[in-house]
Ligand binder design. Structure first.
Ligand SMILES: [Zn+2]
Ligand SMILES: [Zn+2]
Length: 180
């Protein structure tokens, strides 16, 4: 079991595949929540990392998971959510970095300097891709009552029996957020 984000290319046996059990600290991977949202991790990012080294190149295959807590957009409660990442990435020395490489948009390629591969940014990027833009605690979440604001998963408020058109659920949620 290893928890390091940094790997010396020379530490991998050349022309061989090696598998590591990994347990990365989520405190060190700052994943941003989407605007108005909230994201917390429950525990560490755990999984496996396979490495095939070919001279100066290292091909990594990462599979890992962590439980996250995200704010449900309907009821505004923190909801547990299993985040799983699985990706391949090829690390090469930075002297091979092409000139157009600016925004690191090619997530299948990474570059390293001074013989040291740092995976932190790539792990963050992949975790970020797995976070939901529209997280819900459960598909059947009834959300907040647009009229009285109670959590309808917990309380039957009896609103909505009137013939008046009610606000949309999203409108009610926005109102809730702004009135906090
Ligand atoms: Zn909910
Ligand atoms: Zn109500």
């Amino acid at each position: 079991m290893t928890s390091t984000f940094e790997w010396l290319i020379g530490a991998f046996p050349d022309k061989e595949t090696k598998e590591f059990q990994v347990k990365w600290s989520t405190a060190e991977i700052q994943v941003a929540a989407f605007e108005g949202g909230e994201l917390q991790f429950n525990g560490q990012l755990e999984g496996t990392m396979r490495v095939f080294r070919n001279h100066e190149e290292a091909h990594m295959r990462v599979k890992a998971a962590v439980e996250a807590l995200q704010l449900c957009v309907r009821c505004l409660e923190l909801a547990p959510l299993q985040l799983e990442i699985a990706f391949d990435i090829l690390y090469r020395p930075s002297r091979f970095k092409p000139n157009y490489w600016e925004d690191e948009s090619d997530i299948g390629l990474g570059y390293y300097d001074n013989g040291m591969i740092n995976m932190q940014d790539d792990l963050r990027r992949h975790l970020q891709l797995e976070t939901s833009l529209w997280p819900v605690c459960q598909e059947s979440c009834k959300g907040l009552c647009p009229e009285c604001g109670v959590n309808r998963n917990e309380t039957l408020c009896g609103c909505g029996n009137s013939a008046q058109p009610s606000k949309t659920a999203i409108g009610a949620q926005l109102e809730q957020l702004f009135n906090r």
